[in-house]
Structure formats: structure tokens, C-alpha cells
Design a protein around this ligand. Structure first.
Ligand code: CAO
Length: 452
């Protein structure tokens, strides 16, 4: 039985490329032209196909190895080893007659460029296996179209790209397609072929079918001094919730700016007048009140999904994210629609203090129908807050700043507040989200509108 060494063929302009995927294992039967490994340069990824058919006897590379033209990839063995269908420049090995290993350096198996971030010339010396640069994989291997970064992303998530429907030009798969596929699998709406087979075999449905690759395990001490500290209890709990919410909710964030010049002037003068009372009114209190008005106008933002139905809440309990030494907590202002700005400010101060002291009761942290996360006292422009399930939207607020705003005749300095509204696309559409932000901006621009 003949053995054949398969080498990395001419890969064009690259001196060295990294092995990022092993597509076969020892014992696998491979056909000629079947991809063996994927290599990646800083510009493109390519699959290195086998020039011959046979059974994989040995794999000569491992993930992360640097290879170049002529590097050994695998050793094949078998009756058919040496019978390449494509015309090859290398001498045809005398399969049956040659028991010794037949080394075929530079076997002209064309590397298949998966996709190219920049024009890359992938020289292929086997004309029959060479594929046009613009449609490489689809022709050669019937693989889906996707850029190297999308393929990398899919590999990291363990997403089978050939099961993902591409929404890009000519069906090209985008990052968003991979994310949407992952969410569908997580929510149970879609099963991967492998997952379905596994569930069929095990009778299970626990999401094991996701087939995610393991988390990278790195010995950081190899690179410098380290210290290991356990996560706080709150971080552990909130982390699990955040992960579920981030993965399972098809979330989108709309950013907008609200002109709060007049409102801030009013807030400052109110605080001056009330200096002796000890109650400080913050922008967040106005935001809570403005959000209640917007939630009343757009009730789906104050709802929760229950299977195929929506639960519309007729109460307005607003959670606000509070930064505490132990991690993020979300106390809730109950019945914010029935409370004035002063009362909300007082309650917020008390709840934020309790949160920092670790003294919030479960009742003070539950029942929110909408949440606001304000980083306004710290800084930043915009961010993408994660929805606090089972709510369907969350408003992120950053630090206001003076901006030149065109008033129709001239640029005038206005105090602008950056808003970031994240919403669940299963419940809310982009147009509704844009309207919510516009309405919120109108209220913050002229607070008298709350009364309308
Ligand atoms: N733009 C500009 N300045 C703002 C502002 C805004 N949007 N919001 C607040 N400020 C100012 C306040 O006016 C105050 O200034 P003065 O001391 O001069 O009056 C200062 O920033 C501090 O405000 P604050 O943050 O203490 O008060 P608050 O009511 O805005 O917020 C609370 C209270 C509990 C929300 C806040 O302390 C907090 O914890 N924020 C972090 C929330 C968080 O971590 N979110 C991220 C969640 S995702 O990980």
C-alpha cells in the first residue's frame, strides 16, 4: 500500500501562513481535491486541498503552526493514493508498485482562496483545480461565500457556515447573519444539522448541539506576573444573566441626541432654590419621567414576550443601573408615573445608597418594566446597553456636552445628551425605536410636553 506525503503547494505571494483549521483527522478517508487544512495570512484564508485520494495516516501540522510552500501537511495511505483526478505536474506515483513513501513536494493541489480581504494572488499550478479568484470556493467546494473575518467569527462560535443563509450581495454571509443564526439556535427556533442529529441520538435538547469550541485556556503567568481574584457574587449572577440576554435577544441599538440646554438650566436653578432641602435633582430623575411619557406613547416598549404573546404592562416601574463596589445592581423606582421629580430624586438617592451598601431588598430590585443605564456622571458618548430580560428595551445615557447645532440660520451652542436605546427586534421595529428616541428628545427638549 502506497503512502504519499502531501505538501503545501505554491501559495502565491505568502512566505508563511498560519494553520487555523484542521479539516481531517487520522483515519479519515479523503478524496482528491478535498480540503485538508485552512491557512490564514493577514490578508486571506485558504483551504489546502489534497492532491490525492487516500486514508489519512498522519497529520504533520497542528493549529497555530506556520507553514509555507513545501511544508508537509499529511501523509496519506491507501489503494487510491496517488490517483489524482486533476492533471498534475508531479510524476504520477506508481501506487501499487511502490510500497515506499512517495514524497511529492510541491504537489500542485491548488489552495482554495476562501475569500480575500485584499487582492491576493493565489497561484495554483494545477490548472484543473485552479478557480477564479472572485468565486473561488463556491466553484471548487461548494462552500458558502464569506470573508475571512466572517469565517473566523463563525469558527469561534462553532457556527456551521453552510447552514447560514447569507443576506449580503449574491448571498454572501455577513457577521450579522452569523449572529442571527447563533441567536436562532440559542432560542430554539433553529437547530443545526449536527445538533438535530445529536438530539435525535441522545433524546436531549439542552443546547449541546451548539458545538461551541472550548474557551481558550492560556497560562498568563508565562507572559508576566499575575494575580487571581474570584468574581464577586453579584458579578457571577449578573454575568450569567447578561450572557443569556446578550445571546438570546436579537438586540439593536439606536443612537440619538437630545437638546437638554433648557432642561439643564431648569435643573440647576431648581437645585439652587432647594439647596436647603438637601434634595438634589439629577438629570436621571427627568429621564425617568420622560421615559414614562414615551412608554405610554409606545406601549410595546413597556411589554414582555410570553411565547407568541406580548404582555403589556400598565404599570411604570423604572429600573436604573447603579455602579457599586461589588458590581452592577438595578434598583427599581416603582410607579414612576405617579411620582414627581422631587420624590423620584429622593428615592433614587436612597436606593443608590442601599445598592452601594449591599442593602437592597429583593423587592427593591424586581418588577421593572423598563431600565435606564446612565453613565452621564462618568463620561463617554454612546454605548450599547444589554436588555434586562424579560424587559424588551433599555435606554443608555452618556455625558451631555456643548455641541454646535444648526438652527436654520447659524450654528448655536446647545447642550446635547447622547441617547442609546437598545430594543428587542422580536417585539419592536426600527421605525418604532427611532420614533421613541425622537419623542424622548422632544420631551427632554421641552419638558412641558410631559403634561400633554
Ligand atoms: N451629562 C452630564 N453630566 C451628568 C449627567 C449627564 N448625562 N448625568 C449626571 N451628570 C452629572 C451630575 O449632574 C452630577 O454632577 P454635579 O455633581 O456637578 O451635580 C455628576 O454627574 C454625578 O452624577 P451621579 O452619577 O452621581 O448621579 P446620577 O443621578 O446621574 O446617577 C447613578 C446615579 C446611581 C445612576 C450613578 O451614580 C451610577 O451608578 N451610574 C453608573 C451606572 C452604570 O454603571 N451603568 C452601566 C451599566 S452597564 O455596565
Amino acid at each position: 500500500m502506497a503512502s504519499i506525503d502531501i505538501f503545501v503547494p505554491d501559495i502565491g505571494d505568502f512566505d508563511e501562513v498560519t494553520v487555523i483549521e484542521l479539516m481531517v483527522k487520522v483515519g479519515d478517508t479523503v478524496k482528491a481535491d478535498q480540503s485538508l487544512i485552512t491557512v490564514e495570512s493577514d490578508k486571506a484564508s485558504m483551504e489546502i486541498p489534497s492532491s490525492h485520494a487516500g486514508v489519512v495516516k498522519e497529520i504533520k501540522v497542528k493549529l497555530g503552526d506556520k507553514v509555507k510552500q513545501g511544508s508537509p501537511v499529511v501523509v496519506l495511505e491507501g489503494e487510491g493514493a496517488g490517483a489524482a483526478p486533476a492533471p498534475v505536474a508531479a510524476p504520477a506515483p506508481a501506487a501499487a508498485a511502490a510500497p515506499a513513501t512517495v514524497s511529492v513536494p510541491n504537489v500542485p493541489a491548488a489552495p482554495v482562496a476562501i475569500a480575500q480581504a485584499a487582492p491576493v494572488s493565489v497561484a495554483a499550478s494545477a490548472p484543473a483545480a485552479a478557480v477564479p479568484a472572485h468565486e473561488p470556493t463556491a466553484l471548487a467546494l461548494n462552500l458558502p461565500h464569506a470573508s475571512p473575518s466572517v469565517r473566523k467569527f463563525a469558527r469561534e462560535l462553532g457556527v456551521p457556515l453552510n447552514e447560514v443563509k447569507g443576506s449580503g450581495l449574491k448571498g454572501r454571509i455577513t457577521d450579522a447573519d452569523v449572529q442571527a443564526f447563533t441567536r436562532s439556535v440559542m432560542s430554539g427556533a433553529v437547530q443545526t444539522v449536527a445538533g438535530a442529529a445529536q438530539n435525535k441520538a441522545t433524546g436531549g435538547g439542552d443546547g449541546a448541539g451548539l458545538g461551541l469550541i472550548p474557551w481558550p485556556k492560556v497560562d498568563f503567568a508565562k507572559f508576566g506576573p499575575i494575580e487571581r481574584k474570584e468574581l464577586s457574587r453579584i458579578k457571577k449572577i449578573s454575568g450569567a444573566n447578561l450572557l443569556r440576554n446578550a445571546i438570546m435577544i436579537p438586540a439593536v441599538t439606536n443612537h440619538d441626541d437630545a437638546d437638554i440646554t433648557d432642561l439643564e438650566a431648569f435643573r440647576v436653578s431648581t437645585n439652587k432654590e432647594n439647596e436647603k432641602s438637601g434634595v438634589k435633582v439629577t438629570m436621571l430623575a427627568f429621564l425617568i419621567k420622560a421615559c414614562v411619557a414615551a412608554l405610554k406613547k409606545f406601549p410595546e416598549f413597556n411589554s414582555s414576550l410570553d411565547g407568541d404573546a406580548l404582555i403589556y404592562k400598565q404599570f411604570y416601574h423604572i429600573g436604573f443601573a447603579a455602579d457599586t463596589p461589588n458590581g452592577l445592581m438595578v434598583p427599581v423606582i416603582k410607579d414612576a408615573d405617579k411620582k414627581g421629580i422631587m420624590q423620584i430624586s429622593v428615592e433614587m438617592g436612597e436606593l443608590a445608597k442601599k445598592a452601594r451598601d449591599g442593602k437592597l431588598s429583593p423587592a427593591e430590585m424586581t418588577g421593572a418594566s423598563f431600565t435606564i443605564s446612565s453613565l452621564g456622571g462618568i463620561g463617554g458618548r454612546y454605548f450599547t446597553p444589554i436588555i434586562n430580560a424579560p424587559e424588551v428595551a433599555i435606554l443608555g445615557v452618556c455625558k451631555s456636552s456643548m455641541q454646535p447645532v444648526w438652527d436654520g440660520k447659524a450654528f448655536v451652542p446647545r447642550l446635547m445628551l447622547p441617547l442609546s436605546l437598545t430594543w428587542d427586534h422580536r417585539v419592536i421595529d426600527g421605525a418604532a425605536a427611532a420614533r421613541f428616541n425622537v419623542y424622548l428628545g422632544q420631551i427632554l427638549g421641552d419638558f412641558r410636553r410631559v403634561l400633554l
